[in-house]
Design a protein around this ligand. Structure first.
Ligand code: 13P
Ligand code: SF4
Length: 312
């Protein structure tokens, strides 16, 4: 196995030679954080992808993120280190199901979470992330909104906006966050009595109601930096501890799922993106993510609709 320093040096050299950048999701393993030009949440990285002058974007995240970056940047080469890195939410919604719901609710705007395939995004009016969903739904001139595929996020947005959300499909869930229970909250509170509990909105509502802070992965970093508290329990995918420890080094972060619970909070898809695969991706310029033009244009419009709405 190549040593990690050599891999990092090699990746940095390849980036320079090829005018490439690496966009890394906050959930990435530690080494991937070190080679990333930008790390962030889904919204932030999609915007960064639109603003780069690099010729190649390596997306160190799951496939739908690389697909989104490609749709927003049809002239750039967007590479996915492992195109099999999927997402249980993205898998939960297909084009035919969405079309069926659109027929049933022809007057309701379609708001899709970014964790979807680009083909479903092309049928949406707005693409949201965990950091933008509440503001977008709140500002829509509609009381009934088609929203998918995360039913937990829908519960939270519904509570915060007072609007009626039709869940498309009824039961889409993130396989990491969906397993969180109230018992885990009690365990964490007992074990870390001085820590604030931060939770991701893909978690069940009972967790969000018990948390001290709810937000996207970037919003968690900001909360940890700004808070007077020195300790935090992090109720989201475990790779997030890397982002927090790197960006907020003077504070302590504890996993929500610990050894006592005998559970693992690592997303198997995020874990598929490794330094070795990133290097191979740069060397061989694979796997290039290409989206048909008409699909990309429609998905891009839905993403831009969100940006416009948020800039008002
Ligand atoms: P954010 O980084 O946008 O909060 O989303 C987390 C996530 O689950 C990505 O799969
Ligand atoms: Fe999808 Fe959940 Fe993994 Fe994020 S953590 S990529 S939502 S399965």
């Amino acid at each position: 196995m190549p040593n990690i320093e050599n891999l990092i040096t090699e990746i940095n050299r390849l980036k320079k030679d090829k005018n490439a950048i690496i966009l890394g999701h906050n959930y990435m393993e530690y080494g991937v954080h070190l080679v990333s030009d930008f790390t962030g949440d889904s919204y932030d990285l999609a915007v960064k992808a639109m603003r780069t002058n690099a010729d190649i974007i390596v997306f160190a995240g799951v496939y739908f993120m690389a697909e989104q970056a490609s749709a927003l940047n049809p002239d750039k080469k967007v590479l996915s280190p492992d195109p099999m890195a999927g997402c249980s939410l993205s898998d939960a919604l297909d084009v035919e199901t969405l079309k069926k719901y659109k027929k049933m609710y022809p007057n309701s705007p379609v708001v899709l979470y970014i964790n979807t395939s680009i083909y479903t995004k092309a049928l949406a009016d707005y693409i949201v992330t965990s950091s933008t969903a509440i503001n977008v739904v709140k500002s829509l001139d509609a009381d009934v909104v088609l929203f998918g595929p995360d039913a937990n996020l829908a519960n939270y947005v519904e509570k915060k906006t007072g609007k009626k959300l039709i869940r498309v499909p009824p039961n889409g869930r993130c396989l990491v966050h969906a397993s969180y229970t109230k018992q885990l909250v009690s365990l964490a509170r007992k074990k870390y009595p001085n820590a604030k509990l931060m939770a991701h909105p893909e978690s069940p509502l009972e967790i969000l109601e018990a948390a001290d802070f709810v937000g996207s992965t970037n919003q968690m970093i900001k909360y940890a930096k700004d808070s007077e508290s020195k300790e935090f329990v992090v109720a989201t995918e475990i790779g997030m501890l890397n982002a927090l420890q790197i960006q907020v080094p003077n504070k302590r972060f504890y996993p929500f799922m610990s050894m006592e619970t005998c559970a693992c909070a690592r997303c198997p898809y995020m874990a598929m993106v490794t330094l070795e695969k990133i290097k191979s991706s740069l060397v061989n310029e694979k796997y290039e993510v290409k989206v048909p033009n008409d699909v990309a244009e429609k998905a891009k419009r839905a993403f831009e609709n969100t940006m416009k709405l948020l800039s008002h």
